[in-house]
Design a binder for this molecule. Sequence first.
Ligand SMILES: Nc1ncnc2c1ncn2[C@@H]1O[C@H](COP(=O)(O)OP(=O)(O)O)[C@@H](O)[C@H]1O
Ligand SMILES: [Mg+2]
Length: 240
Amino acid sequence: MNSISPNLLSISDLHVHYGKSHVLHGVDLSIGHNEVVSLLGRNGAGRSTTMKAVMGLVPPSAGSIQLGGRELTGLRPYRISRAGVGFVPEEREVFANLSVEENLRMGQQVATDGATAWTVEQMFDYFPRLRERRNTGAGNLSGGEQQMLTLCRSLLGCPKVLMIDEPTEGLAPKIVAVVAEAIRDIHRRGVSILLVEQKLTIALKVSSRVCVMGHGRIVFEGTPQALTDDPSLMKEWLAV
Ligand SMILES: Nc1ncnc2c1ncn2[C@@H]1O[C@H](COP(=O)(O)OP(=O)(O)O)[C@@H](O)[C@H]1O
Ligand SMILES: [Mg+2]
């Protein structure tokens, strides 16, 4: 992809500690306007922690996180969300006692500042299964359906950049393809995406750029092609 500057989200020299355990050792990562960047790595590399730090869910011990030039570190998660960052955590987060449609309506925000606007009906078009179950209590959905609902709820917040942590984990292959296609379409409609995806074929297919994490740092950054052209890199940092 060309002409991707200036960056939308810029993470620089990010450090995170959990107690005495130093898990992010100076992460540098940027996402341009209308870019899909996959953050790859082995389990424990620090991918989820990076997303949680951006979202204000874990406090950085050093470093800077900026959205469109505005510093996000120190802001509360809801302020970061309002500033235009969406997060779909690995743990499915639904309100079990509310219906599917009520969960979606709770996530709805007005698009501001040039962000792409989304409607509940568009969510049902992505995932017809959610339309079928719109009046069902979210607690009665399957794990995969809860995953889709979590994604849709975040998207209805009309983020400029959407961070998605392992969206296809535990899904049946047919649903994996539906989720992958939704991610591509969300990107086509102008949302930048930071994706953590364990299924390498999917990550490589949907991404314009990939970053590989190892030991709490970015150890490779480049095109999907450049990564697959380097088997030793794949073996060392991705164990494939
Ligand atoms: N809440 C936590 N408390 C202490 N250590 C944690 C916590 N969450 C993650 N870690 C540790 O931080 C490191 C990075 O974890 P994580 O960001 O979840 O990696 P990834 O998402 O790449 O698998 C791992 O060593 C993990 O065990
Ligand atoms: Mg993780």
